[in-house]
Design a protein around this ligand. Structure first.
Ligand code: URA
Length: 441
């Protein structure tokens, strides 16, 4: 067996690592024989020289095997993963839609990362909702109601948790093989037979452009197939926030309204498309056209809303929140930003909005910060909309003591974050590309 030094040097020189070498390195990192210095060196070598799909598979497998895995007998167990965005609350809409169509959804989701929001932080806006069920209870929720939602636990791919924090401080986050292994090791632990991967690109996403989103989609697909999973990759636009609301309580409110059939078009369309992908992968429809029809019916019939209610109840959440929005924690005041120009909305910088949310306390500046669920934004105009001078662009929900930060946000929004042009410009499509690959399972 090569020494850790030789393994690092091998990757540094651009050579392929074997499964035994990768397992040896990760396992000895976990049992602390290999320290952070050597792991950081290997991560940087991987960042610079890359990993082949086969090596990425070995890396993913070693991370997956570092923790517990669930397993389900049925083939209709399917989950969705999003690479993260601003205003992305599709999970709360598509999970119950897919569940109402006979798909079992075991979703293990993350908290906020950088400027992107976290599913787990958002659902905690519903008082009492437990996101830390143990794996046994989580699995029983999936079997009983077809859906359950928990946060990352120490039992799931613990190697990823340790490596992720190291990548965060060593400039090695933006590596396609490392991102792939990190995402897939956590998702594969759910034991689903297929996954819909929503790979987002644009200012509010991790992948800034279409090229890198395509690369990530292809890498996720390859690894999914090597694990014999059915994979659908969807590349979607994240250059403006998804839906009309950004902020924790506001996003759950908007998701519930969408489940009641009053959602904005972009959020409804993307949720239907992703849920249809899950229905198709899970064998509950023979093609995507039928799957979309089923998904839409589950939404319009109110069945999806009932599934969401069952999940909230099962996980200890107060179901009154679904009917009485006054129960949500909300900041005590708001400020509406008005347009200084007439024309058409050309762009809304989703990444900047994500950072403004953090500035208001609706995100973490430091690890362990408590999130303020009551702050956020309501967009009255989206890209392509006509605006007149004096029209409301958006409303900021904030606390009285935050006047200074709100003034700064308002200035940024008017100066650079929302651009108005005299002509209506072509909009990028919400869904750029969809692709299905069947594994052997
Ligand atoms: N999300 C993850 O889970 N891991 C990454 O490396 C990047 C995004």
């Amino acid at each position: 067996m090569k020494t850790p030094y030789e393994i690092i040097a091998k990757k540094r020189d651009g050579k392929k690592l074997t499964q035994v070498e990768i397992e040896y390195f990760l396992n000895n990192f976990l049992n602390k024989k290999i320290g952070e210095g050597q792991m950081a060196a290997l991560l940087m070598a991987i960042y610079l020289k890359g990993l082949t799909p086969q090596e990425t598979f070995f890396f993913t497998k070693a991370m997956l095997d570092s923790g517990k895995n669930l397993s389900f007998k049925k083939k209709s167990v399917i989950d969705k993963h999003s690479t993260g965005g601003v205003g992305d609350k599709t999970s709360f809409v598509l999970m119950p839609i897919a569940a109402a169509c006979g798909i079992q959804v075991p979703m293990i989701a993350g908290r906020a990362l950088g400027h992107t929001g976290g599913t787990i932080d958002k659902i905690e806006s519903i008082k009492g909702f437990k996101t830390n069920l143990n794996l046994k209870k989580f699995q029983s929720g999936v079997l009983k109601n077809n859906l359950a939602l928990i946060g990352q636990t120490k039992e799931i791919a613990p190697a990823d948790g340790l490596i992720y924090s190291l990548r965060d401080v060593t400039g090695t986050i933006e590596s396609i093989p490392l991102i792939t292994a990190s995402i897939m090791s956590k998702k594969l632990a759910e034991g689903a037979s297929g996954y819909v991967m929503d790979v987002k690109y644009g200012s509010g996403a991790f992948m800034p452009d279409l090229k890198s989103a395509k690369e990530l989609a292809s890498s996720l697909e390859k690894i999914g197939i090597l694990f014999n999973k059915n994979i659908m990759t969807v590349i979607s636009d994240m250059s403006q926030p998804l839906g009309n609301y950004v902020g924790h309580s506001l996003e759950i409110f908007e998701a519930i309204e969408t489940l009641k059939g009053h959602g904005p078009k972009d959020l409804t369309d993307l949720s239907i498309e992703l849920a249809a992908g899950m229905i198709y992968l899970g064998g509950k429809a023979k093609d995507m056209t039928l799957a979309r029809k089923k998904a839409l019916k589950a939404l319009t019939s109110g069945k999806a809303l009932e599934k969401f209610r069952e999940m909230v109840k099962f996980q200890g959440g107060n179901i009154k929140f679904l009917d009485d929005y006054r129960l949500f924690e909300m900041a005590e005041t708001n400020t509406t930003v008005k347009s200084r120009k007439s024309g058409f909305v050309k762009s809304i910088n989703a990444g900047a909005i994500g950072l403004h949310l953090i500035a208001l306390g609706g995100g973490r500046k430091f690890l362990g910060d408590k999130i303020d669920h009551g702050v956020g934004f309501h967009f009255h105009k989206k890209v392509g909309d006509k605006v007149k001078k004096g029209d409301s662009l958006l409303t900021i929900f904030h606390h009285n003591k935050q006047r200074q930060v709100v003034t700064e946000i308002e200035q940024d929004i008017l100066k650079k974050d929302i651009k108005i042009s005299s002509k209506k410009e072509n909009q990028s499509p919400l869904i750029y590309k969809r692709k299905v690959k069947w594994g052997r399972s």
